[in-house]
Design a protein around this ligand. Structure first.
Ligand code: NAP
Ligand code: ZN
Length: 359
């Protein structure tokens, strides 16, 4: 008998899924809904690999639903639109990020902050209102309400556009909201991975001076020469960290694992802001005294709303802000996950779904 995932909707779909918390993905048949009148269907061509995909397939946050088709940096070309779709037509280049639904009526939704809607629905590993499971972009097709679909400007290649849909918006939004988008400010970026390297690029595009704080000395030269960072600190080098105390107006912390906050708080000037973006599986220790002495702020942020995501992607196209990607075939995904865990990627894996996802 076919599994529920293959028969609950009429459209056949194919992708790669995790079946348990082993961290391994394998081919998977499932299905997608018939596009409704406000829905856009698109052929997936590229999908970025976010560290959240790795946390999720291993159930590190304790909320995973299996089988799980990850992927929330999904880019492709429209194949079909519902009768009431206004923004898109067949052939358009589009993307879907981390969200496929929200209540559309709460205060956050009315403020274009669907990402903070208590009923927002994540692109994979969540439940639609009808109780069926959401499956992400490591798959051949997507169907989503046009409100949750982003237009990809012609100037951006689809493979490089994909990581903007999560990594891009997740760092763009706090840079803007926390006022770290002003020329002349000094911004720190902790963790030079998918999110971190986008934070460097957006902060530079806003005119900031940028310091990378990293555990990987081998990333220094490239961070400065290719990404445009102004300086580079090795977080485990106490002398370097000591010399940079009190120099930063704000920090975007993208680290995916438990790490000490005390040295980072020390890098901030008075009134400086440490914005947490990374989502380690265990709580971090927050030393309070260094916050008091300097009126410093520790804050958090989660992806971004749809309006801001479109704004970010248009800004990226206009200012030529593009991720550095390593395009991989679908059957390399398990190796890519192992490398991601070791911080061995410069700086985002993108799966070439269109050419390499095979039945
Ligand atoms: P990533 O590409 O793996 O980058 C994370 C970076 O953190 C690594 O490249 C490494 O940079 C650093 N790092 C890793 N382990 C470390 C450790 N033990 N101590 C210190 N630094 C370490 O991951 P990503 O895709 O950018 O995602 C980063 C985090 O953000 C993940 O936890 C992810 O789930 C989360 N996330 C949050 C949101 C949100 O809305 N808030 C959205 C997307 C992702 P160096 O080599 O430079 O040290
Ligand atoms: Zn993500």
């Amino acid at each position: 008998m076919a599994a529920q995932a293959e028969i609950e909707h009429p459209r056949k779909a194919f992708g790669w899924a995790a079946r348990d918390s082993s961290g391994l993905l394998s081919p998977f048949n499932f299905c997608r809904r018939e596009p409704g009148e406000k829905d856009v269907a698109f052929r997936v061509l590229y999908c970025g690999i976010c560290h959240s995909d790795l946390h999720s397939i291993k159930n590190e946050w304790g909320t995973s639903i299996y089988p799980m088709v990850p992927g929330h940096e999904v880019a492709g070309v429209v194949t079909e639109v519902g009768s009431k779709v206004e923004k898109f037509k067949v052939g358009d280049k589009v993307g879907v990020g981390c969200l496929v639904d929200s209540c559309r009526t709460c205060q956050n939704c009315c403020d274009n902050l669907e990402n903070y809607c208590p009923q927002s629905t994540f692109t994979y590993g969540a439940k639609y209102r009808d109780g069926t499971i959401t499956y992400g972009g490591y798959s051949d097709s997507m169907v989503a309400d046009e409100h949750f679909v982003v237009r990809i400007p012609d100037r951006l290649p689809l493979d490089a556009a994909a990581p903007l849909l999560c990594a891009g918006i997740t760092v763009y939004s706090p840079l803007r909201y926390y006022g770290l988008d002003k020329p002349g400010l000094h911004v720190g970026v902790v963790g030079l991975g998918g999110l971190g390297h986008m934070a460097v690029k957006f902060a530079k595009a806003f005119g900031a001076k940028v310091t990378v704080i990293s555990t990987s000395p081998n990333k220094k030269e490239e961070a400065i020469q290719n990404l445009g960072a102004d300086s580079f600190l090795i977080s485990r080098d106490q002398d370097q960290m000591q010399a940079a105390m009190g120099t930063l107006d704000g920090i975007i912390d993208t680290v995916s694992a438990v790490h000490p906050l005390l040295p980072l708080i020390g890098l901030l000037k008075s009134h400086g802001k440490l914005v947490m973006v990374g989502a380690p599986e265990k709580p971090l220790e927050l030393p309070v005294f260094p916050l008091l002495a300097g009126r410093k702020i520790v804050a958090g942020t989660l992806i971004g709303g749809l309006m801001e995501t479109q704004e970010m992607i248009d800004f990226a196209a206009k200012h030529n802000v593009k991720p550095d990607i390593e395009v991989i075939p679908m059957d390399y995904v398990n190796t890519a996950m192992e490398r991601l865990l070791k911080a061995d990627v410069k700086y985002r894996f993108v799966i070439d779904i269109g050419n390499t996802l095979k039945f």
